[in-house]
Ligand binder design. Structure first.
Ligand code: BES
Ligand code: MN
Ligand code: MN
Length: 461
């Protein structure tokens, strides 16, 4: 049914998309300092677009890392305030050769926008700026709005915590809204109600003090690569449970009812396997695929290297072997505690023939967001209004560590209104975002603002 909202989107959609493509052309990769000028260009671009849309007090807030873009529109101090969070930094694009078109030269194919950051998170954050423009143009902004868009999410949001604690008053709001997650399918809307935490480490195993001829020394000394593989293999048992002592101590166990509720979400094992070209799935005994990738903690090797990997053969025993190992955490696990347990355990399983160093990287706490709050109900109703179907609450397996920090530092809950799909290939080659999803987000957000204002008022009466 055409409405003022859909009319505005129809009339302006090609401009909305063009503006997003311009943002996607900026390679704002936070992991590599060589891209710092691009980070600044992306921040400037967003600030400019916020101003054009009608935001006040737009500024790049400097941090020792990348700037945070702030902007606001205070319509009336008596109205509820929504704090929008997003991130303009993106993951590195490699391996480049696997992209069918260059990652920072966006193209639209089959109604999907292909570029690094298309879904995570530029496409999704830009929906908020355009929804804001729409509400300003139509004079329908029913809540105050504050924007906080950072440039270090993909590297652990190192400076956002300090910014938030230093700006508690400025950031005062009733709820945080984030579009940086996904939904089940374009015809099965869902709202994310939980995110996993993270404990991430780099491990280094040292054997002999120098690389050795594997004929002269092979068999007589520890090969750090062999040892590292064995150590890693021992971190799971035959049921794919993680063997670190105390790892499951605080893990939240869902009730039978909650698990039954989860199992109702539409899901096809066959399609899942087919989409990933897998002969079979793999995971913790006693849990379904959807449980394994959301409400259960995991341990994965993200990278492993050492020794000779060049062309041809070199007979060598390397002095060192390395791996990056991460654990996804679920409610009531603490990133700090798990980090300590991992470090201790990993050192304890090393044989005396090698030395082990564990270097922790960034971590983050898991969160569950309320699904009975006014803000959640407002979001749920908004999805229903634009998708024609009530959204299903789902716990996601991904991590946005600052969501837990927003709760602890600002006392604010978040509503995770994500419009991406698992198949959007975020962090992978050929990342994309559906034009449908981009426009549907722009359409749904104004309903959320209207509902939130109305429902807050009703609640107060
Ligand atoms: N937007 C993602 C997280 C996400 C994606 C959550 C899809 C749920 C569904 C975010 O940008 C991200 O990639 N987070 C990282 C952690 C971060 C500390 C680098 C992650 O989950 O690996
Ligand atoms: Mn993201
Ligand atoms: Mn990401």
């Amino acid at each position: 049914m055409p409405s003022e909202i859909t009319n505005y989107i129809q009339e302006n959609k090609s401009r909305f998309i063009d503006e997003l493509l311009n943002l996607l052309r900026i390679p704002s990769i936070s992991a590599d300092v060589a891209y710092k000028p691009e980070i600044l260009r992306a921040a400037d671009y967003i600030a400019q677009k916020l101003r054009e849309a009608g935001a006040d007090n737009v500024a790049l807030c400097e941090t020792p890392g990348n700037p945070i873009v702030y902007g606001e529109k205070i319509v009336d101090p008596n109205l509820p305030t929504v704090l929008m969070y997003g991130h303009y930094d993106v993951q590195p694009a490699d391996p480049l050769e696997l992209w069918t078109s260059p990652p920072f030269e966006p193209v639209i194919k089959d109604d999907k926008i292909y570029a690094r950051g298309a879904c995570d998170d530029k496409g999704q954050l830009y929906m908020h700026i355009k929804a804001f423009e729409l509400m300003m143009q139509q004079n329908t902004l029913a809540c105050n709005i504050k924007f906080m868009i950072e440039g270090e999410e993909e590297v652990g949001s190192n400076h956002l915590g300090y910014f938030v604690t230093q700006n508690r008053d400025k950031l005062q709001a009733d709820v945080i809204v984030i579009s940086d997650t996904g939904m089940i399918a374009n015809d099965i809307p869902s709202i994310t109600t939980g995110l996993r935490g993270l404990s991430y480490h780099e491990v280094e195993v040292t054997g002999p003090s120098r690389d050795l001829h594997s004929g002269l020394y092979g068999g007589a000394v520890a090969n750090p690569i062999n040892i590292l593989c064995k150590m890693i293999a021992s971190l799971h048992d035959e049921n794919n449970h993680i063997t670190i002592p105390g790892f499951y101590d605080n893990v939240e166990e869902l009730s039978a009812e909650e698990r039954a509720e989860m199992a109702k979400a539409p899901f096809s094992l066959d399609e899942y396997k087919q989409a990933l070209n897998l002969g079979d799935l793999h995971g913790e005994a006693g849990y379904s695929t959807n449980e394994r990738n959301s409400i259960r903690p995991t341990l994965d090797v993200n990278g492993i290297w050492g020794g000779y990997t060049g062309e041809g053969a070199k007979t060598v025993i390397a002095s060192k072997a390395f791996a990056k190992i991460s654990m996804r955490l679920v409610p009531h696990q603490s990133s700090e505690e798990i980090t300590e347990k991992f470090q201790k355990h990993f050192a304890s399983i090393a044989p005396p023939s090698v030395k082990v160093v564990v270097r922790p990287h960034h971590g983050g706490e898991p969160v569950v967001t309320p699904s009975n709050s006014v803000a959640f109900q407002a979001a749920s109703r908004a999805f229903e209004q634009t998708f024609g179907k009530k959204p299903i609450p789902v716990r996601s397996g991904g991590s946005i560590p600052i969501v837990a920090m927003f709760k602890s530092e600002l006392g604010l809950d978040s509503v995770l209104m994500g419009f991406g799909l698992d198949s959007d290939a975020i962090h992978s080659p050929n990342e994309h975002y559906g034009v449908f999803n981009f426009l549907k987000g722009i359409e749904t957000l104004p309903y959320f603002f209207r509902n939130f204002a109305e429902m807050s008022r009703e609640g107060a009466e």
